[in-house]
Design a binder for this molecule. Sequence first.
Ligand code: NAD
Length: 410
Amino acid sequence: MKSAFEAAQQYFDEAATVMDLSHSMRDLLVTPEREIKVQVPIKRDNGEIATFIGYRMQHNSARGPMKGGLRYHHEVNADEVLALASLMTWKTAVVDIPYGGAKGGISVNTKDLSLDELERLTRRFVDEIHDLFGPDKDIPAPDMGTNAQTMAWIMNQYEKFHGFAPACVTGKPVELYGAEGREEATGRGVGTLTLALLRKFGRSIESSTVAIQGFGNVGTFTASYLHKAGGKVVAISDVSGGVLNRAGIDIQAALDWVTEKKSLANFPGGDRITNEELLTLDVDVLIPAALGNVLTEDNAKDVRAKYIVEAANGPTTPEADTIFRQREISVLPDILANAGGVTVSYFEWVQNQQYFRWDLSRVREELERTMTRSFDKVWSIANEKKVPLRTAAYLLGIGRVSRATVLGGI
Ligand code: NAD
């Protein structure tokens, strides 16, 4: 299997060839502006010292300050963070918010650390990199393994060096300069675009069945949105495995179960299935909303969904993507499908900069407008150039970044 960066590079190259991008511009756009790798030592609760490695990859700032999540996961490595940083550059351009792309992470298993240790880890990471990020440079946000509390610690530690600056990070708690609607934003955006995609194919959500892998932040809000819109969510899963109910899963019951038990294991609302079985179920819409690289050349030929909506980052390998194209399965790519989160992060940053708060209905309206406008643009490029939706999204994103680069100069 290709590395995460090689996969991102392949999608970039394909679009760059279609748009006849010069080699010098390709070189400039694939080369990250800055790669940061730092030692993050902390004192454990038992007094011992533990040393971790932290990354911040700043890929491109041609269109504005760089933006991207911070991931705490034991598999975090430089290659993956760099790939995700480049996806952020194209994603912010596809939805036309005035940002570049970055991503960060610490290679750590969060389950091994206490809350106090996680706080010390986060503050120490900020100590190492506080001069390299900030409201007008690079703005982190939550990703896997981090949450609103982590962002509150980042803001507090950053402000010890630089003074009051809530816009230095997004995804903060609503009580501490966070935005209403940020938590639901990615799932809401995925839901909005699933409906838009079905409409383009003359289908309705009411007559569609849906399977969702991952029942965390993105998976739960996506499931609730589609369920409320009249869709039949027949399968859901998390790291403990999946549940199938052909009559439709009671999403509220599943949410209540997970809130109480922290896992879908033993949820009585359907038959147990594996995560692998979920991906090849006979459903209309498949939504991977957990990990990367879950749709591969090994299982792509067995996928029976007609539409795949990439809520996770990088769930489809390039080999699987080729098989889906041959089989005429429509894939709504990650850089468009899951851009709702970064879009509402942008709204949070705008509110912080203006010391002004929007209410939830305004956030939702602006999110829907941004996502729908971006989807329509990608759809029309795909039809005009006769390319898949993924290539169309890259054409739009790369086109905007390269124009900004030419206009601004180097
Ligand atoms: P999360 O940690 O809240 O949830 C992840 C879910 O995936 C959990 O239900 C977990 O049990 C499940 N999972 C973990 N390992 C699994 C495995 N091996 N098989 C099946 N399920 C597994 O994370 P999230 O914020 O919901 O993010 C999910 C994906 O969406 C990630 O790829 C992330 O990069 C992407 N994403 C998230 C946001 C956001 O705003 N949260 C925005 C854009 C993209």
